[in-house]
Design a binder for this molecule. Structure first.
Ligand SMILES: [Zn+2]
Length: 150
């Protein structure tokens, strides 16, 4: 309504003139201007509301992205903290301890095997000299043979 065609009552004319109509409540032109003005204001209000909604949604999305980013950073920090040098060193220490235990067990196993061989040799020697050891020797020999076949 930026032209000079309006009646000047509802929408002021740029030239300041007012048409001699029956008044904005009675004149159909003024009533149309009133209706169009109300529709225009409503359209502006809706546009402003949707712009506000868009801004609110953008703010909300921004806040959510910030929250997720911070969460990821916190998680990264937690992981970095949990794989500290102290942790790595204590894992190395645990590994070294396990290696030492395995070596000790292997040495013990070798010693027991040597003792078993000594015992079998002693039994073989005894069964040669004393017949009462023959049964024990035969039994041990059979057990060893079974184990070797398995
Ligand atoms: Zn009018």
């Amino acid at each position: 309504m930026s032209n000079n065609k309006g009646h000047g009552h509802v929408v002021p004319r740029p030239d300041g003139l007012k048409a001699r109509c029956g008044g904005p409540g009675l004149c159909p032109v003024c009533q149309t201007e009133q209706r169009l003005d109300a529709e225009f204001q409503e359209m502006l209000r809706k546009q402003a509301a949707s712009a506000q909604m868009g801004m609110d949604a953008a703010k909300k999305a921004g806040a959510e992205m910030y929250r997720l980013g911070k969460q990821a950073l916190d998680e990264a920090g937690r992981i970095a903290a949990s794989t500290s040098f102290e942790e790595l060193n204590s894992q190395r220490a645990a590994n070294a301890m396990l290696t030492a235990q395995v070596e000790a067990l292997e040495a013990e196993r070798d010693a027991l095997r040597a003792a078993c061989i000594d015992a079998v040799m002693a039994l073989a020697h005894a069964s040669n000299r004393f017949p009462e050891y023959n049964a024990a020797y035969e039994s041990v020999s059979a057990a060893i043979a079974r184990k070797e076949q398995a």
